[in-house]
Each structure stands twice: as structure tokens, then as C-alpha cells.
Design a binder for this molecule. Structure first.
Ligand SMILES: [Zn+2]
Length: 441
């Protein structure tokens, strides 16, 4: 009996040792492969234990040995072994400084369009987590999800020109847009903590009032400092049925010397002048919308989305569901590398709205569209957190804009063609949601 027990223990020990040895030998691998090849291979050779995350044209797959061997036989692929204790992290950032940062003790798997995927052990991960702000989100890489869709390309040849929507969009007044943008930049700064910031709010209020909109200012605090959001609205002919559509952007700016010199032409003179351009378009069309349309300029964005947070917080429980769509314009004027391209950003619950916008973009605008489902870092985020359908349109090259938050963010570097295409998309969306809401079905 005694011997048997001993023998049994030895057998158990050997089994355990073998199991440990196998566990130590079994590899875990990260493969970066084109999304097409990756999905195909998972379908064909996957064991069911692989996980993936799509970022545009790329699929990042986390797998064991067998699948890794399979995948190595196919396309040129980038393979990295996972070291003990390492996990995959995703950083989503609107801040070029963070985007270009080196994170000690980590290995970079992917870096493009404001997204970084890293392999990090526990200590390095703690450092990553400390980078989280209103502009930078840090999380474990989502499993089996599309974070960024494959790019969609539109084309001038297929753009509609004859229907009512096309005729509406064609009336966008770009010289007036450029004049508004120049006026905002000429204020020298629109920093939330100085009186020039309020001057910008008053300047825009005057212009929107002249267009016939009912305007108001919504006060709130940034720390101990008082500031105001600007709201201009036109009541819809059938608000009960069609609710409200919000066109928003932040008016404030910042730089290395924000109190005296923060021109903020791209960030976010372009989006603020864009909100004005859409207001002017609706006004000059003479059309009375079915939905109530509000044009909102936020302050305090650069300090942590204060304006949009205050706006969402002030919404009553009965008003929230009446907001059918929020269009946020933030940085719509930088495009240095052809072709023109935009990023449309939202959360996955709001996929139907983004799909409608993609369709409108194909019919009425001309650029490459990247769609992100990992919204973060601008004024659409507080709306999405309250489950209000919101979409950001932003230049897709924002993470390589050399003028970001600098005194060099001037009108001269604005790509007017990109502004026009992003405004065409938002104009089409405003038309579809507020004027001819039947188009959405
Ligand atoms: Zn901005």
C-alpha cells in the first residue's frame, strides 16, 4: 500500500512535470496580417481559441503554435512571441504627443491613425494606464472586435448631382467659411480662461443671430473659471416626430502660450467655422426643417471636454431621447498626404448612424473614409457615454499634424478641399436627419 501510494505520487508528479513542460513550451504568438488573409485563415485553420482585433487593413491575431505555423505558411506576416506576463493593450489617442511617445518596457505591435497596440508586462502596463485622460484611452486590446473598419473609397465619378440633397449640399458657401475661419484666427486666441474666449463666443452669437437663429449662452465652470457654450436653434416643423439634430464643435483653442497666442485654425477654428457654414447653408436654403436643429459651439474642450459634459449633464431625462443625431466637427482641415481622407468615429451601439453616413459619403463626398468604433477624445464622447447617437468627423491625419496645439496652427496650413468634403458629408447628414428624415429608411 505504502509503495503504491509512493508510486502513485511519482506518477502524479511526472504527469504534472510533463504538463508544466508542455505549458512552458506551448507558445503564444501575436501575428499582424492583412485582415482579408487573417479572417480567411481563422475560418480555415482556426482552432477556436484564437482572438483577433481589426484595425483598418490589419488583423492582429493572438494564437497558439498550431495556428501560428499555419499562418506563417501564407502571406508575409509579422510575428512576435508573447513573453510570460505580457498582455496586449490598445491606446486610442487624439493627442499627437502621446501618439509619438515611446513607452518603456513595451513592444509596439501597431501604430497608425491615433491607435497604438502594445505588448506590455505588468509594470509597463501600470505606466500605460497612468496616461489615460479625456484625450487618451488605455485598455486591454478588445477581443474579436473591429476597432477600425477597412477604409472605404468614394469617387467623384459616382457622386450624385441632380437630386434635392445634392442641390442642397452644392450651396455650401466656402468663401464665407474661410472668412469665418480667418475672423476666428484673427482674435489671436480663444483660450477658455481669457476674455478673448468670451469674445469669440459673442462674435459667433452675433453672426448666428443675424442668420435668424434663436441664440442663448449656457454658463458653467471650468475649475473656478466661468465660461459659456453658445447654442443657436431653429425649431422644427414636426419636432414631436423628428426630435432634435445637433451640429456641434468646440470653439476654444490652445497652444504653448494660450493666453495671448493660440490661433487654432485647424483645432478647432475649422470645425467651429464648419458649424457656422452648416448654419448658413440651412438658413440660406430657406428650408424649414422637420426636426429642431441646434448649432452648438462648446468652450473648455481643451481642458477636458467641459462644454460638452456640461451640456449633456444639463439634459433632462425626457429630453435625451429626443436627440436623434449629434454631428461633432473637430479638426477638419489637415491633409498633407493624398488622397483626401476622413475619420468617422462613434461607438458600436451607434453603428446604424455611421452606416447611413458612409452611404451619404459615397453619394455626396469624395474622400477615403476610415471608421472607428472606439470613440474618445472630443465632444462626441460625453454624448455617446449617455447613449445619445453621436458621430465625430475628423481629418484622419490628425496624429501627424505638426501644428497641433502650437502657435503655428494658422489658416495657411488649412486644406480647403478636405474642409469642403467633410462639410459636404455633414451637410448631407443634416439634410437626411433634419429635413428629409424619410430618406433614413
Ligand atoms: Zn480639438
Amino acid at each position: 500500500m505504502k509503495n503504491f501510494v509512493r508510486a502513485g505520487n511519482i506518477v502524479v508528479s511526472i504527469v504534472l512535470m510533463l504538463a508544466c513542460a508542455t505549458a512552458a513550451m506551448a507558445g503564444q504568438w501575436i501575428q499582424v496580417v492583412t485582415s482579408e488573409t487573417g479572417y480567411e485563415l481563422i475560418k480555415k485553420a482556426g482552432s477556436g481559441s484564437e482572438t483577433f482585433c481589426q484595425l483598418g487593413d490589419v488583423l492582429i491575431i493572438n494564437s497558439g503554435d498550431v495556428f501560428n505555423d499555419q499562418i506563417l505558411k501564407t502571406d508575409p506576416v509579422n510575428v512576435m512571441p508573447v513573453r510570460p506576463g505580457e498582455k496586449l493593450y490598445l491606446i486610442t489617442t487624439k493627442d499627437p504627443a502621446v501618439f509619438n511617445m515611446v513607452f518603456p518596457g513595451t513592444r509596439t505591435v501597431y501604430r497608425d491613425m491615433g491607435f497604438i497596440v502594445l505588448l506590455a508586462g505588468e509594470t509597463a502596463a501600470m505606466n500605460l494606464m497612468s496616461k489615460q485622460t479625456d484625450f487618451t484611452k488605455v485598455e486591454l486590446l478588445p477581443e474579436n472586435q473591429v476597432v477600425l473598419s477597412r477604409p472605404l473609397t468614394t469617387g467623384i465619378t459616382r457622386i450624385k448631382s441632380e437630386d434635392a440633397l445634392a442641390k442642397f449640399v452644392d450651396k455650401l458657401d466656402m468663401p464665407a467659411f474661410m472668412q469665418d475661419l480667418t475672423d476666428l484666427v484673427n482674435l489671436k486666441t480663444r483660450y477658455s480662461y481669457v476674455s478673448q474666449g468670451q469674445k469669440a463666443v459673442d462674435h459667433c452669437e452675433e453672426a448666428l443671430k443675424e442668420m435668424g437663429y434663436t441664440t442663448s449662452q449656457q454658463p458653467y465652470n471650468i475649475g473656478s473659471s466661468r465660461t459659456n457654450n453658445l447654442i443657436a436653434e431653429i425649431r422644427g416643423s414636426d419636432e414631436d416626430k423628428f426630435g432634435q439634430v445637433l451640429i456641434v464643435g468646440h470653439l476654444d483653442s490652445t497652444s504653448e502660450s494660450p493666453r495671448t497666442n493660440a490661433p487654432g485654425a485647424d483645432d478647432n477654428g475649422s470645425g467651429a467655422a464648419g458649424v457656422m457654414a452648416l448654419a448658413r447653408l440651412l438658413h440660406e436654403s430657406g428650408i424649414k426643417p422637420a426636426a429642431t436643429v441646434k448649432f452648438i459651439l462648446f468652450m473648455g474642450e481643451e481642458q477636458g471636454l467641459y462644454g460638452s459634459k456640461a451640456y449633456v449633464k444639463a439634459l433632462s431625462a425626457t429630453e435625451r431621447p429626443t436627440i436623434k443625431a449629434v454631428f461633432n466637427l473637430d479638426m477638419i482641415g489637415f491633409d498633407a498626404v493624398a488622397p483626401l481622407s476622413v475619420m468617422i468615429e462613434t461607438s458600436s451601439f451607434n453603428r446604424p448612424m455611421v452606416e447611413k453616413m458612409q452611404k451619404l459619403a459615397l453619394d455626396y463626398a469624395d474622400f477615403t473614409i476610415h471608421t472607428s468604433f472606439n470613440a474618445w477624445g472630443s465632444d462626441h464622447a460625453p454624448f455617446l457615454q449617455a447613449k445619445i447617437p453621436a458621430v465625430l468627423t475628423i481629418e484622419s491625419e490628425f496624429s501627424s499634424n505638426p501644428n497641433y496645439h502650437k502657435t503655428t496652427d494658422l489658416v495657411e496650413s488649412i486644406n480647403q478641399d478636405l474642409c469642403l468634403q467633410i462639410l459636404r458629408l455633414n451637410a448631407a447628414a443634416m439634410y437626411a436627419y433634419a429635413i428629409d428624415a424619410g430618406r433614413l429608411n
